[in-house]
Ligand binder design. Structure first.
Ligand SMILES: Cc1cc2nc3c(=O)[nH]c(=O)nc-3n(C[C@H](O)[C@H](O)[C@H](O)COP(=O)(O)O)c2cc1C
Length: 198
C-alpha cells in the first residue's frame, strides 16, 4: 500500500496556512492514490518530549544494557523513525515562528537523529541511513526570506533531512503572509505549485 506521512507543526491546527497547503496536497494525493494511507504525525497535539540528558543517554545506551525507562524512550524514537522508513512520500508543514521551525519540530528532529540508525559517520563523513524518497515542505512565513541570506529555517530543515538520507526535498513557499495583498498572491502561487506536483 502506498503511504504518505504527514508531519504537522502549525500551532493553529487546521487553520494554519501550512496545514491548509498540506490539506490541498492530501486531497489531490488521495485521488491519485485511492488505496493509499495517510499517516499523521501531529507534533502540536501530541508533542514529542524535548531532548534532555536522560533521553540522550537512553538513545546512546547499548540495546542489551537499557533500563525499562530507557527502552520506552528508544521505543518512541523507533516509532517516529519507522514512520519515515515506511512512508513512500512525506509532507511537512513548516511554519516560521521567530525565525525558526516550531520548537515541536525541533524536538521531533532531536528524536530522529540516531547514530547507527538514521545516520552513521564514515571516513568520508556522515552518511544518511533512511532510504531516499520525495519530501515536500510547506514553508509558511509572514515575511520574505527565501534566498535572502537570512533564512535560517528551511536551510536547517533541508540539512537535517539530507543528513539522515532524505535528499529529494522540494520546498513550496508561501511567504509574505503578513504583507497585505502579497499574502493572497503568495498563497495562491503555493497552491498552484501543489496542483502541479501530483
Ligand atoms: C509566534 C509567531 C512567531 C512568528 N515569527 C515569524 C517570523 O520570525 N518571521 C516571519 O516571517 N513570520 C513569523 N510569523 C508569522 C508566521 O510565519 C505566519 O503566520 C505563518 O502563516 C505561520 O504558519 P502556519 O499558519 O502554518 O502556522 C510568526 C507567527 C507567530 C504566531
Amino acid at each position: 500500500m502506498t503511504t504518505l506521512l504527514h508531519v504537522k507543526s502549525s500551532i493553529f491546527g487546521e487553520e494554519g496556512k501550512s496545514a491548509q497547503l498540506a490539506a490541498a496536497f492530501i486531497a489531490q494525493w488521495k485521488v491519485a492514490n485511492p488505496d493509499g494511507e495517510v499517516v499523521e504525525r501531529d507534533l502540536v497535539n501530541e508533542p514529542v518530549p524535548h531532548l534532555d540528558g536522560a533521553r540522550v543517554m537512553a538513545l546512546m545506551a547499548a540495546a542489551e544494557e537499557r533500563t525499562v525507562e530507557q527502552q520506552m524512550i528508544v521505543d518512541q524514537s523507533d516509532e517516529l523513525i519507522a514512520e519515515l522508513v515506511n512512508a513512500d512520500q512525506i509532507i511537512m508543514g513548516v511554519p516560521m515562528y521567530n525565525f525558526a521551525v516550531p520548537s515541536q519540530m525541533k524536538a521531533y528532529f532531536d528524536l530522529l537523529a540516531r547514530a547507527g540508525v538514521t545516520f552513521r559517520y564514515t571516513e568520508n563523513g556522515p552518511v544518511g541511513l533512511i532510504d531516499d524518497k520525495p519530501v515536500y515542505l510547506f514553508a509558511t512565513r509572514g515575511g520574505l526570506y527565501k534566498e535572502s541570506g537570512i533564512d535560517f529555517q528551511i536551510p536547517f530543515v533541508k540539512q537535517f533531512l539530507n543528513f539522515i538520507g532524505l535528499e529529494q526535498v522540494e520546498v513550496i513557499y508561501a511567504e509574505g503572509l503578513s504583507m497585505g495583498d502579497t499574502a493572497e498572491q503568495s498563497f495562491a502561487k503555493a497552491a498552484d505549485q501543489i496542483t502541479a506536483i501530483n
